[in-house]
Design a protein. Structure first.
Length: 201
């Protein structure tokens, strides 16, 4: 696929978001962020500065592309990558990878539940507040909605009630980086589809 095709698909998805009043703010967050396609990305992700998309973005339907961008934009708005990294460093007695993945699942559930309430179709395999038990996480739907991810993890860790089933979980909270990736870094192909504009936020 050509770089122009990726940029056109991205711009069309952002335009579709901007046409909806309930997604307008998320669209502006996407426009303000640096957005890149990385050939080594199996799925989408963000480190709060950059939104990373995989080459599969172009194969998604327009509705799925809107979901992907809205999902990552909400992670950026919630500062989830930074919060997950900070929480992981505080919980030194627990395996950091497990803590990170649990934070990711809970944050995804909160984001996806909010997006569904906004009328966005959420893929059936994604975490939701009403089905965290499928991931081995014992949290009520009400608590998931009302409490922060940190509060939920504090509760779970204090009760030692975590028996996670993280197979198939897509990790999209990346560690914050001091500088954004640039084309050609690490020998991986990077296509910049949006340079970002801090003046929009």
């Amino acid at each position: 696929m050509s770089e122009e095709e990726y940029r056109r698909a991205f711009q069309n998805a952002v335009s579709a978001m901007m046409m909806r009043s309930d997604l307008f703010i998320l669209a502006m967050i996407v426009k303000a962020a640096r957005v890149v396609i990385r050939e080594d990305m199996p799925t989408e992700g963000t480190d709060s500065r950059t939104i990373y998309l995989s080459p599969r973005f172009l194969t998604l339907s327009p509705q799925e592309q809107v979901f992907v961008l809205a999902h990552e934009a909400m992670h950026v708005a919630r500062l989830d990558p930074i919060r997950a990294d900070s929480y992981k460093k505080l919980r030194t007695r627990v395996d950091p990878i497990t803590v990170h993945m649990l934070y990711n699942v809970i944050a995804d559930a909160k984001v996806n539940t909010a997006l569904q309430e906004m009328g966005i179709q959420v893929p059936p395999n994604r975490p939701m507040c009403n089905r965290l038990d499928k991931f081995g996480i014992k949290v009520s739907e009400n608590d998931c909605v009302q409490k922060s991810a940190e509060e939920l993890l504090d509760d779970l860790l204090s009760k030692n009630e975590i028996m996670p089933n993280l197979s198939g979980v897509q990790d999209d909270l990346m560690e914050p980086k001091p500088e954004p990736d640039s084309p050609g870094k690490d020998g991986k192909k990077v296509i910049v589809v949006n340079e970002g504009d801090d003046s929009l936020t």
